[in-house]
Design a protein around this ligand. Structure first.
Ligand code: KIV
Ligand code: ZN
Length: 551
């Protein structure tokens, strides 16, 4: 296996959406979703995919192993024709490192990413070790990791608050022990761009053997400076940037992939650097990550927010019509928006639909999945004149990338209005193939549907987030509902690699329909099905409350 190297004018993109991103509260993904995101990251052109923290739980190990096995070899659509490097995170000890290696080793290109904190605050209060012990542990762990694999990344956790001269010492030893990439995390998002840039320049200039390693930047966004700090680090000589889609991650998140890549692309005069990213895949990847994690993107988010390319003010619209450069620094097409070439409508056949799906990058769907998506497309086309790519993406996320259904929604009927109590009746097919029906009252139509579903399935949960968005403009738009629920009874958990605390699971669900109540019901059921699928892995008896309507 050859390790990752960087041409001096190329920034390697290390995506940690599936590790640091998944650590953000409520972003839990199941294995199928992780695989689908990893496939899309490969199409996007990510150089290194940090697939998870294998020792955290058997589920995390299995997800990383399957990504290594199934996505690790893929090269389709990739600029450099080489597959992604699949990385697994490990604390600096033998057990973690071996577990990470066992998870990633099947990938043709794999990496162990190990880390140890270097700031006095972390050494004293978290690790309870002195600087000398820290250096010894770094040497021991990296030397051990090198006996397994020749692509080793080492991170000095909380480097942003560490003594630069101690960092020089630790990193020099890390290079001697065999680390090939050195990552300098601003773990708590504390630094400012000039400070962080100076730190990177200082470390590269003073660490013995610095030229043998790739220097990497990893910034958190607590002060809203993650992208600025990352770019400052790049200008100071770093050649790998650690990022997540939509900037998701612990607390205020990580550096957003789309912001760094588009800054480098849009301002070549400032950077004169390139990436291997196919920027036209950015919008789709961002949408997929938002859908699966249930983390809605703020409308004014740079590059991928709904308003990022909207021009509301009359004066702006006038300028745009005369010349788009008046108010636009990059074209929406550059990030994969407004690229639909073929307009699909209710007369489009299955063949045209399949061809269009392939053009959109959905080339791994089997016949049954295409038929299912086509049926949904036809239903939407009956209600809407033109079906756009955004509608199709919503259908695919809703219809295909869902867990195997335990419960299926057959019919919903709702009655509501300002003089009546919202009432819903629901018919569903259960895991045993039998049909169940029930009805309930609610504070609104969506609540009434949820109450009716609860009466049938009877699984206690807490709703932590609910949102509904129109995919396209107009009254006939497809609506996408996103929901997050938490089991009331404690579910299984994974471990936060930095704090070693348990992260309890949140399940997100997604539903799309031209009817907002139906979209909401589908979203709720998809979250419930995910929760049930996890429970089924443990001994559990489904409790049905009753099948008698309360109204
Ligand atoms: O922020 C951080 O320090 C990390 C390391 C584990 C790389 O995520
Ligand atoms: Zn981090």
């Amino acid at each position: 296996m050859t390790q990752q190297t960087a041409a001096n004018d190329t920034i390697l993109i290390f995506d940690t959406t599936l590790r640091d991103g998944e650590q953000s509260p409520g972003a839990t993904l199941n294995v199928e979703e992780k695989l689908e995101i990893a496939r899309q990251l490969s199409r996007l052109g990510v150089d290194i995919c940090e697939a998870g923290f294998p020792i955290a739980s058997p589920g995390d190990f299995e997800a990383v192993r399957r990504i290594a096995e199934e996505v690790g070899p893929l090269t389709e659509g990739r600029k450099d024709g080489r597959p992604m490097v699949i990385a697994g995170l490990a604390r600096a000890n033998e057990e973690d490192i071996r577990r990470a290696y066992d998870a990633v080793k099947v990938a043709p290109r794999h990496r162990i990413h190990t880390f140890l904190a270097t700031s006095d605050i972390h050494l004293k209060h978290k690790l309870r070790m002195d600087r000398e012990e820290c250096v010894e542990q770094v040497i021991r762990s990296i030397s051990f990791a090198r006996t397994l694999c020749d692509d080793i990344e080492f991170s000095t956790e909380d480097a942003g608050r560490s003594d630069p001269d101690f960092l020089v010492q630790v990193l020099g030893e890390a290079i001697k022990a065999g680390a090939t990439t050195l990552n300098i995390p601003d773990t708590v998002g504390y630094t400012t761009p000039d400070e962080y840039g100076r730190l990177i320049a200082y470390l590269i200039a003073n660490t013995p053997g610095a030229e043998k390693a790739i220097w990497s930047v990893h910034c958190h966004n607590d002060l809203g400076l993650a992208t600025a700090n990352t770019l400052a680090g790049i200008q100071a000589g770093a050649r790998q940037a650690e990022v997540t889609l939509n900037g998701i991650g612990e607390r205020a998140g990580n550096t957003a992939l789309e912001e760094v890549v588009m800054a480098l692309t849009t301002r070549p005069q400032n950077f004169n650097l390139q990436t291997n990213i196919d920027t036209t895949q950015i919008a789709r990847t961002s949408h997929m990550v938002s859908t699966y994690t249930g983390m809605v993107i703020q409308p004014n988010k740079a590059i991928v927010g709904a308003n990022a390319f909207a021009h509301e003010a009359g004066i702006h619209q006038d300028g745009m019509l005369k010349n788009h450069q008046t108010y636009e620094i990059m074209r929406p097409e550059a990030v994969g928006l407004n690229t639909s070439k073929l307009v699909l409508g209710k007369h489009s056949g299955r063949h045209a639909f399949r061809v269009h799906l392939r053009e959109m990058g959905y080339d791994n769907l089997d016949d049954t999945e295409v038929v299912a998506a086509f049926k949904r497309f036809k239903k939407i086309a009956d209600k809407k004149k033109v079906v756009t790519d955004a509608d199709i993406e919503a259908i695919i996320a809703d219809e295909i990338y869902q867990p195997p259904e335990t419960w299926r929604l057959d019919h919903i009927q709702v009655s509501c209005g300002d003089h009546s109590i919202p009432t819903a009746s629901v018919v569903m097919t259960g895991p045993d193939g039998a049909q169940y029906q029930d009805a309930a009252l609610g504070s609104g139509p969506v609540d009434a549907v949820y109450q009716a579903i609860n009466r049938i399935i009877g699984v206690a949960n807490r709703l932590t987030e609910f949102s509904i968005n129109a995919v396209t403009e107009g009254l006939d738009a497809v609506a996408e509902a996103t929901i997050r629920i938490q089991p009331i009874e404690e579910g299984d958990f994974t471990v936060n690699p930095q704090t070693s605390k348990a992260i309890y699971r949140t399940f997100s669900g997604h539903g799309a329909s031209t009817d907002i109540v139906v979209a909401s019901a589908r979203a709720y059921l998809s979250a419930l099905n995910k929760m049930l699928a996890e429970r089924d892995k443990r001994p559990h008896q489904l409790q049905r409350i009753t099948n008698e309507p309360t109204v």
